[in-house]
Design a protein. Structure first.
Lengths: 346, 346
DNA sequence: TCCAGGGGTTGAAATGTTTCATCAGCCTTG
DNA sequence: CAAGGCTGATGAAACATTTCAACCCCTGGA
């Protein structure tokens, strides 16, 4: 505790050993196998440590060990709270395994993602979790090929050369639209895009499946594509929706995520529409802000934390278990009905 | 690119040197001072690298260098987008300096914060940025004492033994309440707490200053304390507010942050109040969700990204400039008027 | 008295990179 | 032709930690 004479260099095990009058190996034993060293020397060493303000040098430890005591999660969009909740789940599991978690953010840009991955490989992290910009990008395969434990989050992998964790997005689309049909809506908009995002495609697919199963006319499910899954895109989708001729105008919208839904909600309220009476809205993800909206949003819940915890469990298994087999963990989404779809239409 | 015979161990400079038929030092030169090595050998070495799939081992590099190529930011509340925007600002600056950024989240828990700090010291990060749970906690002073570049974010330091970056919260409180007075409100609630949080105290102080300067009765500025700065606390403050006798009920509320304001807004809308006619609302921080609310929130903007960028600049200066002097950077908050305080009261 | 065994400690080796003084060759210049 | 300078490459040392075989000393048993 009392400060060491700050000679510029942080004290090392060698300094501690000298101060305690023991060998270097003994200090290391105190650190890593305290039981094998006698109580008196252990105490002496510990005193020396705290007197010098000794802190293990993690780089040296890592160098020796060959791998760092950390996992990493590269998330797709830091502005979307969904990914934070996933990260929180991962961190819980990492914490339990006494590992740190590097959180990176690619912001949907492939080159940032690649840069982060490069760094993480250099750091020799124990495992990488990622929600990728493009699940088929070659630099992802490269990671797995290197033998680094690797899990894809929020995206199922067809390739099967790594684990993945996701919810069933098709099912999510189905239950959203089923709910709207239940509520009596007969003309519904799907708001989401770009189609290059797999989740968007699958949620739309689920929506269409149910739509036709219920015998609805195909063009009463109106596709309102967006350029991104953001609040402002949701707003602009609202404008396009308002611009439709009234006999074509849907009475409800299913948005590919909650940010879109919040943007759409805002536009609707600003335009003087009543939600849900004039326009019902369903989101996806069930982020906290969905429940916190002025008109609380009905949303398709993903088990965000559990997604993260499971992903971490899988990556740790791959890292430690020689008999590891890759696994595609699928979760079942659930509809959380709130005021934004409150009433049954007459 | 073609995979190396995966013999379990990642290839090292030594392997590259052997493969290229040069010495170890030359490989290092190719990596760090490419100009000093001849074009032909450089090319040979580079080919060997890509053939073996060589990746620098960052731990070894760090060990040698004595410090890692990373900064760290320990944020207070991962659920509050405000801190993300700050982190983004930091990352921009870190990127420019070719450093990685560790993002940690203390979730307002002192022991998690301490744990993160321990780890970061062990990692020998170049500098630590933090929005602390308690700015006077001894473990913070300990960091600075160790000589690790250290900047406090969103909190000014009185001690002056380290840099800090924040906005003028008193001024922020002033402009919020000035705006409400301008709009004709004569009974205003302050929603925020706990008082242990310095920002809350100062924003309230600013509010009170203006209130008395305008000659208003002290008890027409009604304090509605909360247990945290969250959406759900905002909602419950709304309930308490609605429970006030009508002649005591304020016509406007100034919330200590946007999450509270969103919660309050939600309660108001649910309770059938019109915002801003029945209740005007001002938030603080101006997070993206404030502008995205069904009734867009008036808020006191903090320059979030710039806060981060400046903090990073300061920590880098402390890390590299021997003549560094600690600096308390203060930013001026600005009112962003939106619909939630839209009209002038008659 | 000698030996076996075990608890406790030691010293050296190994991890992968960077740096730096040194050196080999070669070219230029006087 | 000698001296000196330049370019490019080399090899060893250093960084802080962990591991492990070896060793010392003591005790208990034969």
């Amino acid at each position: 505790m009392s400060q060491p004479p700050r000679n510029g260099r942080a004290p090392s095990v060698k300094d501690v050993a000298a101060a305690a009058g023991v060998s270097l190996g003994t200090v290391s034993n105190v650190l890593n196998r305290p039981s094998v060293v006698s109580a008196t020397t252990r105490e002496r060493v510990e005193r020396a440590m705290s007197e010098l303000g000794f802190v293990r040098n993690e780089s040296a430890r890592q160098l020796r060990a060959g791998t760092s005591r950390a996992l990493a999660y590269v998330m797709l969009d830091g502005g979307n709270p969904f990914f934070h909740d996933v990260a929180e789940g991962i961190e819980t599991a990492a914490e339990a395994a006494d590992l740190s978690l590097f959180v990176c953010n690619s912001n949907s840009r492939a080159e940032r993602e690649a840069k982060h991955l490069d760094r993480l490989v250099q750091q020799r992290v124990q495992g990488i979790l990622i929600t990728p910009v493009d699940p088929d990008a070659p630099h992802l395969a490269e990671i797995a090929r290197r033998g680094i434990p690797f899990v894809m989050v929020d995206r199922l992998s067809s390739a099967g050369d790594h684990c993945s964790v996701a919810v069933d997005d098709v099912l999510g689309g189905r239950i959203a639209v089923e709910h709207l049909l239940d509520r009596g809506h007969r003309r519904v908009a799907f708001v989401g895009g770009p189609a290059s995002i797999g989740q968007v495609r699958e949620r739309l697919q689920g929506a269409r499946e149910v739509w036709t199963e219920f015998g609805m006319a195909e063009d009463d499910l109106i596709n309102l594509p967006t350029d991104a899954l953001t609040v402002s895109e949701g707003r602009s989708a609202g404008e396009r929706l308002a611009g439709l001729p009234s006999r074509r105008r849907p009475t409800a919208a299913f948005c590919a995520n909650d940010l879109l839904a919040l943007g759409l909600l805002q536009h609707a309220v600003t335009a003087g529409l009543r939600v849900p009476d004039d326009l019902a809205i369903v989101g996806f993800d069930d982020i906290d802000f969905a429940a916190a909206a002025a008109v609380p949003l009905t949303s398709v819940r993903q088990p965000r934390q559990e997604l993260g915890r499971t992903a971490a469990r899988l990556v740790l298994d791959e890292a430690t278990n020689p008999d590891h087999v890759h696994e595609q963990a699928t979760f079942v989404p659930a509809l959380v009905a709130r005021a934004s779809t409150g009433t049954v239409r007459r």
